[in-house]
Write a protein that binds this ligand. Structure first.
Ligand SMILES: NC(=O)c1ccc[n+]([C@@H]2O[C@H](COP(=O)([O-])OP(=O)(O)OC[C@H]3O[C@@H](n4cnc5c(N)ncnc54)[C@H](OP(=O)(O)O)[C@@H]3O)[C@@H](O)[C@H]2O)c1
Length: 256
C-alpha cells in the first residue's frame, strides 16, 4: 500500500445501524480505509464485536432520530471534531419506520408526527448539518437516502410512509439542484435509493399489519422471495463506490 492510499480516510455516517439493513450496511462497510459513525437508539453487541475484530474504526452513538433538532446538533458536533484528512465523507440516511399503517381516516397526530420526524424531518436537519459542517473538509461529499418503491407508487394503508419517502426523494432532488453549480470543493452528490423488499424487522411489522396488500408480503416471505439484508447491503456498498454515483438521483437497487 502506498503512503498516499493510507493517508486519507473515507468517513461514513450511517443511521439506523442496530439491526436490519443498517446493521448489514455497517458490516459491509467494515473495510480498511473506512471510518464509520453509527447511530440508532439501541446497541448491537454482535456487530460491535465484528467491528472491533475488523480493525476498522467505528464510533457507536445512541440517539433518538425522531428528535430532528438534537439529531442535527449531534451530527454537527461529531463532524466538528474530525481532524484527519478525508478522502470522502458520506451520510447514509437509513433509519426509518413504517408505522402507522392503516386507513388515512384513522391517522392521528402523535403517530403521524413521530413518523414524519423520523423518516423526513430528521433526515433533512441531519443533511443540513452534514452540508454545513463538512464543507471545511474540501473532499467529495455524498448523501445516500434509503428510499422505497412506496415513494414512487401508493400502497393502500401506507399513506404516512409513501408521503415521507416521497418527501425524502424530493429532498434529495432539491439538494442536487441547489448544489448543481457548486465548485468542486463544495460539491455534493445525493441519491435516494430504493432497496427492494428486504428481509428485516420492518417486513415482519408489515406482514403482521392489516392493509389491502398484506397477503402479497406474506407470500413473498413464504415463498422465500425477500432479498437478504446482507446481499442488499453488499450491493448498496458497491453502489456507493460507483464513479457515476449521483447521476441517477432517484434509483432502485433492483435496476443496478
Ligand atoms: N425492509 C424493506 O423491505 C424495506 C423496503 C424499502 C425501504 N426500506 C427502508 O430501509 C431502511 C431500513 O429499514 P429496515 O428494513 O432495515 O428496518 P428495521 O429492520 O426496522 O430497522 C430500522 C433501523 O432504524 C432505526 N431507527 C428507527 N427509528 C429510530 C429512531 N427514532 N432513532 C434512531 N434510530 C431509529 C432502528 O434502530 P433502533 O430501533 O435501535 O433505534 C433500526 O436500526 C428504512 O429507511 C426503510 O424505510 C426497507
Amino acid at each position: 500500500m502506498t503512503a498516499a492510499s493510507t493517508a486519507a480516510t473515507h468517513l461514513i455516517i450511517i443511521t439506523g445501524t442496530s439491526r436490519g439493513l443498517g446493521a448489514s450496511l455497517t458490516q459491509a462497510l467494515l473495510k480498511p480505509g473506512n471510518r464509520l459513525v453509527c447511530v440508532s437508539r439501541s446497541r448491537n453487541p454482535e456487530l460491535e464485536r465484528a467491528a472491533s475484530a475488523s480493525g476498522v474504526k467505528v464510533a457507536w452513538h445512541l440517539q433518538d432520530l425522531s428528535q430532528a433538532g438534537p439529531s442535527a446538533t449531534w451530527l454537527g458536533s461529531v463532524l466538528d471534531v474530525v481532524e484527519e484528512t478525508l478522502a470522502s465523507v458520506t451520510l447514509i440516511l437509513n433509519a426509518g419506520v413504517i408505522d402507522p399503517i392503516g386507513p388515512i381516516a384513522n391517522l392521528r397526530e402523535p403517530a403521524l408526527v413521530q413518523h414524519l420526524l423520523t423518516n423526513l424531518a430528521t433526515p433533512m436537519t441531519m443533511s443540513a448539518a452534514f452540508l454545513s459542517h463538512t464543507e471545511r473538509f474540501g473532499c467529495p461529499r455524498k448523501i445516500l437516502a434509503i428510499s422505497s418503491g412506496a415513494a414512487r407508487r401508493p400502497v393502500e394503508g401506507w399513506s404516512a410512509y409513501c408521503a415521507s419517502k416521497a418527501g425524502l426523494d424530493m429532498f434529495v432532488r432539491s439538494i442536487n439542484a441547489e448544489y448543481a453549480q457548486a465548485p468542486a470543493e463544495r460539491a455534493v452528490r445525493a441519491v435516494a435509493l430504493a432497496p427492494g423488499v428486504v428481509d428485516t424487522g420492518m417486513q415482519a411489522t408489515i406482514r403482521n399489519a392489516d392493509f389491502a396488500q398484506v397477503q402479497r408480503f406474506r407470500d413473498l416471505k413464504d415463498n422465500d422471495q425477500l432479498a437478504s439484508a446482507d446481499d442488499t447491503a453488499q450491493r448498496i456498498a458497491a453502489y456507493l463506490e460507483r464513479p457515476d454515483f449521483g447521476s441517477t438521483e432517484l434509483d432502485d437497487i433492483r435496476n443496478t
